[in-house]
Each structure stands twice: as C-alpha cells, then as structure tokens.
Design a protein around this ligand. Structure first.
Ligand SMILES: [Zn+2]
Length: 144
C-alpha cells in the first residue's frame, strides 16, 4: 500500500477530495502549480499508463474534462495544464494525472527552451516512427 492507495481507500482523511468515481479519486495536490491543482488517480496501484486498463484511462479523461470545466466556473480560467510522469519517474509509484487551471499572467511556463527547428523535426520524426505498430499511425500516413 502507498500514500495514494490510502487516499483511494479513504484511509488518508487529510486529502481534499474533489471527485470520486468507481475507478478514480481526485484530490488537491499539496504542492500546487496553481490554486486548484488536482491529481486524478486510479483506484489501482500501477506506475504507468501502459499498465492502466482502457476503462481507467477513459475515466481519467472524462474526469479531467469535468475538472477543467470547473476551473472555468471557479477561477474564470480560460486555459489549463495537464501533466503526467510515469514509470521510474512516477512519484509514489502510483499513477497520478495532474490537472491545473491556467490564469492570465500566472507565471507558469516551461523553463526548458525549445530546440532548433532541425532538432525538433528530428525528435518528432523519431517519435512518429516509434509509434508505428502495424498500420495504426494515421498521422504518418497523412504526412507521407
Ligand atoms: Zn498505490
């Protein structure tokens, strides 16, 4: 059992829960990027989206949309951010999906500068190539 399993099982009562479904529980991040920063976690201890059953991924997507709509109502947020670190980089070893509101002049930004155009094209090409499983890569087919 981990901290997030405890939250999913309502054993960690300090968590500020904002939503719960059969498959997920959502609560405020204790170190928020912005006020309203929510973590959506599956009620299943996996550290990667690769190991997460499709229905959990769909539930996380559905819940994230609802939370993003709530950001608009609560903060008047016109934008949002989502983030997910997985595998060996998954804190607590329990999948969690970050969703946070973006506000005008909130100062949040990527600090890693975008690479040269050629570097970016090379990276994009390698990622597209790596995503080909059979004939599934419709994007590559579109641009070829
Ligand atoms: Zn866990």
């Amino acid at each position: 059992m981990c901290l997030f399993c405890d939250i999913a099982n309502h054993k960690m009562t300090e968590a500020h829960i904002v939503n719960e479904t059969e498959m997920t529980i959502s609560f405020l991040d204790i170190a928020p990027a912005n006020e309203g920063h929510v973590l959506i976690i599956p009620k299943m201890h996996v550290d990667s989206i690769v190991d997460l059953p499709d229905e959990y991924v769909l539930d996380i997507t559905d819940v994230s949309r609802k939370i993003i709509k709530a950001f608009g109502k609560v903060y008047g947020a016109k934008g949002y951010g989502v983030m997910q670190n997985g595998g060996a980089n998954c804190e607590f070893g329990h999948f969690h999906f970050h969703v946070f509101p973006r506000l005008e002049n909130d100062g949040y930004d990527w600090i890693y500068p975008e690479g040269e155009k050629e570097v970016s094209e090379n990276v994009a090409a390698k990622l597209r190539e790596a995503m080909i499983f059979g004939n599934e890569n419709k994007y590559k087919q579109m641009i070829d």
